[in-house]
Write a protein that binds this ligand. Sequence first.
Ligand code: MEV
Length: 450
Amino acid sequence: MDGMKKFYQMTIEERRETIREESGLSAQALAALCGVNGLSEETADRMIENVIGRYCLPIGIARNFIINGKPYLIPMVIEEPSVVAAASNGARIAAAGGGFTAEADAPRMIGQLQILNIPDPELAKAALETKKDDLLKLAAESCPRLIERGGGPVNLEFRVLNETAAGPMLILHLTMDVRDVMGANLIDTALEAIAPKVEAISGGTVRLRILSNLADQRLARARCSVPVSALAFKNYDGETVRDRMLEAAAFAEADPYRAVTHNKGIMNGIDAVALATGNDWRAVEAGAHGWAGMEHTETEPMLPRSRHRGAESSGAAIHPLSHWTVDPENGNLNGFIELPLAVGIAGGATHVHPGAAAALELMAVQSAQELAGVIASVGLAQNLAALKALSTEGIQRGHMSLHAKQMAVAAGAQGEAADRIAARMVRENRVSASYAAELAAEINKETLHA
Ligand code: MEV
């Protein structure tokens, strides 16, 4: 293999070989990761209903990630061009400042019981409070193996919702430490186990018994501190790039229309890793956007003291998930992200899908908390790269060349021919499916006559 080639310049085979060498993955795990010998039809048939086959998406590896001093190879499953390149680029820039530091809360999930038909919710709440220990014990009986692994029910809380369209209701929150799984099944089982006793104590009717995807007790955080020298490129000096990125971040702090897009870019990275590792990315999405809509207690010193509600523009309160500031000590660009990340390294599809199991093996993550910290870092890297590109030369330049390549492939071109077509479309500023088809036909004709 040509040692001078950059990873993105290699053939798919060369990239696989590089990943094998760097990670020490077995041939079997690598084949599963790459989809060569991945999810079987029989397994797929056991995963969901009405299966008619398996559906492929590209998997790419984001590089340059250093998180808490450890290098990581990041598997990303995504249909959108530029995302993997941007993550690698953001990670490379962050690496100039030592990479990311990341952490995650204990894996505590919340489950909710909706209690209806209680004449006096406050009285029912008081009655349930006195039986808290009994209820927690009952919940614990539903998950003996989780208890063995050091997890289990942690707390019960009650919230009275006096004014709902269906009248007053009492809501019970059961918090459980679910250790290394996402936790939906554990929570739902425990809720169903305690529901009859809750009815008996409260005198009400328990209706919904379901986990909450607003996993605000299971937050992950990542930080980076980028020296301005690492932001300089082409004709842009580092200070200019940093200051423009801060202006872009301020836009997201002040305006929900921008904040949602800012967060979408972050979720590009987060979802891609969640998907690669067999995690429930809709749960992650729902939690992240819910969190972005909440006013938080700001314990994090790097957060701006006052968050703008954006009320002038839309009435909605959506906050960016990441925050950027200047380090007063050295002028570095400091990034911080915090969001709920209900992800697991066991359970669900994480080991049923051989590709997901291999993706987790590739990252060599030892716990759900470690995975959450890695995923938060990927989100921050994605945001770093997006803000840098958007506030300088724009994203279309890089994006269009990747998009052009996709179109060339869709027009039937392969390998070098696809690269040639893509390069020509970008050079002529004519990136379209019809032009790609025209150029592919031209190349086919040349080949036939050669
Ligand atoms: C595109 O998928 C994501 C971006 O729009 C994110 C952003 O605007 O920050 C580039």
